[in-house]
Design a protein around this ligand. Sequence first.
Ligand SMILES: Cc1ncc(C[n+]2csc(CCOP(=O)(O)OP(=O)(O)O)c2C)c(N)n1
Ligand code: SF4
Ligand SMILES: [Mg+2]
Length: 288
Amino acid sequence: MSKKNPEYDFKWCPGCGDFGVRRALEFAMIDRLEETGLPIENNVVVAGIGCSGNLVHLLEGSQPYGFHGIHGRSLPISMGVKMGRPDLNVVVVAGDGDFLSIGGEHIAPQAARNLNICAVVMDNGVYGLTKGQSSPTTKLGVVTSSTPFGKMENEADPLELYLTLGVSFIASGFSGNPRQLAGLIKEGMNHQGFSMVHVQSPCVTYNDTYELLKGKPKEGIEPLVWDIPEDHEPNDKAAAYNLIQKRGLPIGVIYKDESRPSLDQRIEDIWSKAKEQTAQQLIDAYEF
Ligand SMILES: Cc1ncc(C[n+]2csc(CCOP(=O)(O)OP(=O)(O)O)c2C)c(N)n1
Ligand code: SF4
Ligand SMILES: [Mg+2]
């Protein structure tokens, strides 16, 4: 669809962090359009299920193509789109539950393939759409509707996970700064390979973390988010590991490996080596 669906009337709660992510994605796509001269229809947004995935229906202005798939399967769907049309800019939008819980098993294979897409994950530490159950990034001991005596599992560290699995571009963003986030998404889109932009996007209804993330300088409460210093070398994996071990949440590009070919480049290479054969030649190649 490259037109807004007038019958889809989903609304985010006022103040939801996902508004900032939507703005950032709009900025990034408009910037890309101006830089490349390619039409907005050159972009495809593949969405997971959750408040976050509804972003695909809520974009303002000229509409990219959109694909609202099934829960947890945004990566396999995006692979299908990219394999059919490698010329398109494919962006995944998903939540922490969708991407890291039910969809978690898809991250490693796409990292190994270096699938050339950009995934924007809106992390609010909760299942927002289904009314506040715990997610992989909910902190240990937190009481939610599904953990009435406190969460029993340790929280996942998504940035460390992406780094360990070999994702070739990893950025960390905050929905409270859409312009800065747009820059990270655009860099992720331009990267030739699998790009992760992991965004702190608070759920004001079930897990309002704004104050923690922004801090309260007047009361001496330090913000959790901090900008990655300019001298950080994103192509140094050890430096990237060191960065994410520090207190709080670094914002910016954490890791970038431009030395690996992307999956579509590898496929193109294989095609150039493969010889065209007729169906009969293929059948004859088997010895019965
Ligand atoms: C196969 C399947 N299992 C469960 C659900 C119910 N469900 C819908 S969204 C969701 C979790 C959403 O959490 P998250 O991805 O963090 O998105 P958010 O709403 O927080 O943005 C669940 C469990 C579903 N739609 N399909
Ligand atoms: S429930 Fe939470 S994540 Fe969902 S729209 Fe409301 S604030 Fe946003
Ligand atoms: Mg969530």
